[in-house]
Design a protein around this ligand. Sequence first.
Ligand SMILES: [Zn+2]
Ligand SMILES: [Zn+2]
Length: 277
Amino acid sequence: MNLTNYHSHCSFCDGKAPMEDFVRSAIAAGFTAYGVSSHAPLPFFSKWTLEKDCLSAYLSELEFLKSKYADQIELYTGLEIDYLTEEHNPSSPFFQKLPLDYRIGSVHMVYTDEGKLLDIDLDSEDFKEKLNECHGDLKQIVKLYFEASMRMVELGGFDFIAHPDKIALNASYCEAGIDEKSWYKKMREDLLALIAEKELIMEINTKAFSAKSRFFPAQKHFALIKEMGIRVVVNSDAHYPEFVNSGRAEALQALKAIGVQTVCELHGGKWQELAIY
Ligand SMILES: [Zn+2]
Ligand SMILES: [Zn+2]
């Protein structure tokens, strides 16, 4: 199996163990490459992101681990950067200037029409509650999510887009079948088409597979991804060291089953398309 992962967290953000525990777990699992990608600092306090003051410690810790385990694994320094506004997104000069090996572009939050920030990545019941509190119009929130994702892709500045269509999980929880409505499908397809046009790498995120039996984007969209010729990277988005490879074998198998031959992996500092094996 292709044993790599470039989307992972640790105790510098909302991961549940020190960075080195994840690295050791990846080595024990036989990984050839592993990237740490803490949630990048936001322009306001947040419990789940790296604090700006800790950025240099984060970068130093990775440099230390890179040399300590140099003969066992290729380690990479990443950040998962949120698109929030025109000023705060992966293309912002602040993030572009950081000495990173790669950048991940993500949308976890949207500004509602009333200017309130809504986290679309909450536990489903909490999302439903917050949605009712702050807005209540699910279709509008879905629209804002896809608009933010499209804008992030337009602006660029990142190596791959994380978990596109992540909102499908919580939106479907609030309204079953919403992600199969024609307006929703069009927004998802427009986003995929833009990713294809920009020749960006797209993540197949396996974090929820063991608990919820779903990938982001969902398996039912894999055929369209193949048809559009979008290159993919399969990541576990691990928050626990024991889950560094969680769901990856199943995603690779599902891709292979519909005829996808390759996945992207970062080796020797370059993204390469390697055969699924
Ligand atoms: Zn994420
Ligand atoms: Zn993540």
